[in-house]
Design a protein around this ligand. Sequence first.
Ligand code: BEZ
Ligand code: FE
Length: 300
Amino acid sequence: MTDRDVVPEDITEDTVTDAVVDSFAGSADPRLQALLSAVVRHLHAAVREVEPTIAEWEAAVDFLTRTGQTCDDTRQEFVLLSDVLGISALVENINHRKVAGATEATVLGPFHMTESPVRANGDSIDLVGGREPCVVTGRVLTTVGDPVPGASVDVWQADENGFYDVQRPDVQPAGNGRGLFTTDDEGRFWFSTVVPSWYPIPTDGPVGRLLGATGRHPNRPAHVHFIADADGFVPVTTHIFVAGSPYLDSDAVFAVKRSLVRDFDPVDDAAEAARSGVANPFRHAQVDLVVERAEPTAAG
Ligand code: BEZ
Ligand code: FE
């Protein structure tokens, strides 16, 4: 018997996919096996479709290497890659399919990296004193419109120049644009802030170069992030988009939903401004967040 007889048959272009999928047959975890098998089948199909040259494949590996090398404690370039390829939006949409009447979910994004400071209703999350003050009033409601008292409402947003506090620690104090509020007995929350600006996602890494090479802009429309959570309910992670903002029709991360666009109305009312602790005139947005009841568990 020669060494050649030990090899049952050649692995070819036609058989390599099944060979790799079969190699996972001994997986202890069936979900891992299913995931890896699907990833291999789809990647092989893409390779068959485009037939990359060796140089193109090396460039792809180099791109992924540089993406990994760009990650650190405060920068997650792989998440950004997932965002601009629409994978984050797809995973979010699959995991939070529309529930009648509930606020639609959208991507978390990379800037929820620090805990929001606990704040009281009526506080300002603008620690800098921006040009365009804004009052946000809202409620957390059930899908049948009942108020949810004691719900937590975590808020974070970019400033009016389009930067989060963590991006410009020299200009913005930590916690600027962030607040953790609790709804009152009628499910209400309210705070003052500035109208956020649209902004570009980070473009100084491999993902930015990918956008440039494909003629895509890096911008996100103006928005405020929210997570509403309460005992017995499914937490909702979402944004409220500022009506009229540029890029509502071409968000770089595919996260806009029409149901999440809100007017930030101009208000000229000195008494109301004084009550809310902002300069007059100001803008006002009403943000109701509707949460779905959690399925009861065996534990009750
Ligand atoms: C954000 O909205 O904070 C965001 C989401 C995805 C990528 C970059 C930023
Ligand atoms: Fe954002």
